[in-house]
Design a protein around this ligand. Structure first.
Ligand code: E4P
Length: 237
């Protein structure tokens, strides 16, 4: 029964807690979310670093200091040798740095080498379950399937997360599924229902998870009623 599939798979998922990463290099946005205690890590990419307008080493060091979880920084070389060199450089920034490499044969080769040296690797730009299988085989710590960009071309992004979940669980691969390119709260919700280990989303989408008109309406009624009592709470005497 296909309706039962996501729930069964959730139980088999290697990570019992669903992690939420902030997909941004904006330090102020990260700081605001981090104060809520709901952020487990951060992902960046060359476009996000460019958008921050800051020097890569400096901004990544600051993020690593602020958030104790995994912080992804991406390589920009196109050959494995260059990616490995950049990966080692990134890993010197802080112990919680994760090296992000693209899902190309050279990226997979670099992932294999870096993982073998004990560095955590996030394989990015994944758009198919076969690509995710290759990343797991090469020892990736995280695989980043891009759901939003698949939706953009009228493909079902979440279908890919379901397929990868099934394949990884079939063989007990320890690579964590990091649902990426999430664009809104529904992507986060769907990823959680499927049993994605992690979802990375822009701060705006994470804040949107709070929204419910009944919360606002209920709170207003509580405070209006309280006001009528004329009492003060938390003041002695
Ligand atoms: C992944 O880690 C990328 O940084 C990101 O999720 C891509 O998102 P976008 O498709 O919204 O650019």
């Amino acid at each position: 029964d296909s309706h039962c599939l996501p729930f069964r798979l959730t139980i088999l998922s290697p990570n019992p807690n669903m992690d939420i990463f902030a997909d941004t290099a904006d330090i102020e946005e990260i700081r605001k979310l981090n104060e809520l205690g709901i952020i487990d890590g951060v992902t960046t990419n060359p476009s996000l670093i460019a958008k921050s307008g800051r020097e890569i080493r400096e901004v990544l060091a600051e993020i690593c200091e602020l958030v104790p979880g995994p912080i992804s920084g991406e390589t920009v070389s196109s050959d494995a040798e260059g990616m490995v060199r950049e990966g080692r450089w990134l890993r010197e920034i802080a112990n919680n740095m994760v090296v992000k490499v693209p899902l190309t044969p050279e990226g997979i080769k670099a992932c294999y080498q870096l993982s073998d040296e004990g560095h955590p690797v996030n394989v990015t730009l994944c758009f198919s379950a076969n690509q995710a299988l290759l990343a797991a085989k090469s020892g990736a710590t995280f695989i980043s399937p891009f759901v939003g960009r698949l939706d953009d071309i009228s493909s079902e992004g979440m279908q890919l997360i379901q397929e990868i979940r099934m394949i990884y669980d079939n063989y007990d691969f320890s690579t964590e599924i990091l649902t990426a390119s999430a664009r809104g709260p529904m992507h986060i919700l769907e990823a959680a229902k499927i049993g994605s280990d992690v979802v990375t989303a822009p701060p705006k989408a994470i804040w949107q998870m709070f929204n419910h008109p009944l919360t606002d309406k209920g709170l207003k009624a509580f405070l209006d009623d309280w006001e009528k009592t004329g009492q003060k709470l938390g003041q002695s005497g």
